[in-house]
Design a protein around this ligand. Structure first.
Ligand code: MN
Length: 365
């Protein structure tokens, strides 16, 4: 079985404040705070036009951008929301071409084999246009990619570990320490690292996940995510805009959950049980844990037909290597990959996909 990807050292490349340019440092994640870089970052960013690039699909991406906005509100120029998929990265490269003389803060966006070359050309273009580029991430990057990318950046934090999500890295380095921010960061962290939350906190984390999913399933995604960041940066997680999206999600989710239950299938590879199902427009964590809970499987694999994406969740079983096998990515116990379009109403198409997954599982586990 693949190793658990947790508990690693994080990579830091500091071409901004350190004299050790183009050096990649490896430190324990909890040491990040002790570097005490906030005052330096703050005086740099205070007088800069700022652009944010962040992950569109979860609370961590939105949380990261919200921390930037709440600290540097009047300096924000634009925000770009993207996913790791090749096409979305290509769109991002196009949309950000004209950014110049700004600080660009990239958060919560992993890299994979398919996106690396697009990302590198985007970063080189940023440098040519006199931008300062800061990338704060907590996805697993191979050291070869880190070396390539670090050269084109002013500051980089990355790699998978047990205590950081992107929002808390952004907060540690760029954010003024306040009670409200602390609370938000803690909430995002519990959600992103799939840790147990209780009572009202659990409710809010779940609600934000649903709201963000609903925005991504609808039209005007970028505008709505931008509006959401505005509220979250004010620590307002309850208002008409958010509640409406939440209600709409729940309405659609009823039928989609019935479909998820109907299409459920299982296979076993090397004593590991895999639950697979096919539906649409369900939040990936909801669908993933629904499948795990209802089947007792070790790994759940949920296909969202609206995005042609398989989402994986593991209960103590690593699933990132599964996603990587199909050129996707993510974290040890939560990952995803893009797949071909499947007509989920056709049994034979579902069965073909399950066969392909089973064959892949035999190679991975
Ligand atoms: Mn994240």
């Amino acid at each position: 079985m693949a190793k658990l990807g947790r508990n690693k050292l994080i990579y830091i490349a500091d071409n901004l404040f350190s004299s050790r340019r183009n050096k990649i440092m490896k430190i324990r994640p909890e040491k990040l705070k002790a570097l005490n870089l906030f005052p330096k970052f703050h005086s740099l960013l205070e007088n800069k036009k700022i652009n944010c690039i962040t992950h569109m699909k979860d609370f961590d991406g939105i949380g990261s951008a919200s921390i930037v906005e709440s600290n540097y509100r009047k300096n924000i120029n634009a925000m770009f929301f993207t996913d790791y998929r090749k096409q979305e990265i290509a769109d991002l490269v196009e949309k950000t071409k004209m950014l110049n003389n700004s600080a660009i803060i990239i958060s919560d966006i992993g890299i994979n084999k398919d996106s690396l070359s697009g990302i590198l050309s985007m970063l080189r273009n940023f440098k040519r246009n006199n931008n300062i580029v800061i990338w704060l991430d907590h996805h697993e990057w191979d050291i070869g990619s880190v070396r390539k990318i670090a050269k084109t950046l002013d500051f980089l934090v990355c790699n998978e570990n047990e205590i950081n999500c992107a929002t808390n890295i952004v907060y540690t380095l760029l954010g003024k320490k306040t009670k409200k921010a602390e609370k938000l960061v803690h909430m995002v962290m519990l959600g992103d690292l799939h840790k147990q939350a209780k009572g009202i906190t659990e409710k809010i984390i779940q609600k934000m996940g649903y709201v963000i999913s609903q925005i991504c399933f609808q039209k005007n995604t970028a505008e709505n995510l931008r509006e959401l960041v505005g509220y979250v940066s004010d620590y307002k997680l309850e208002n008409g805009f958010i509640n409406k999206l939440y209600e709409n999600y729940l309405k659609d989710a009823k039928m989609n959950t019935i479909l998820l239950r109907k299409n459920m299938a299982e296979f076993i590879v090397k004593n590991k049980k895999f639950a697979v199902s096919f539906s649409k427009n369900l939040q990936s964590s909801f669908a993933g844990y629904f499948l795990l809970d209802h089947t007792g499987a070790d790994v759940s694999i949920f296909y969202n037909s609206s995005t042609s994406t398989f989402h994986l969740r593991g209960r103590n079983t690593e699933c990132a290597s599964f996603a990587k096998y199909f050129h996707g990515g993510g974290h040890p116990f939560a990952a995803a990959f893009e797949y071909q379009k499947i007509n989920i109403t056709k049994k034979v198409e579902r069965e073909n996909a399950i066969k392909a997954l089973e064959n892949a599982a035999k190679k991975i586990y």
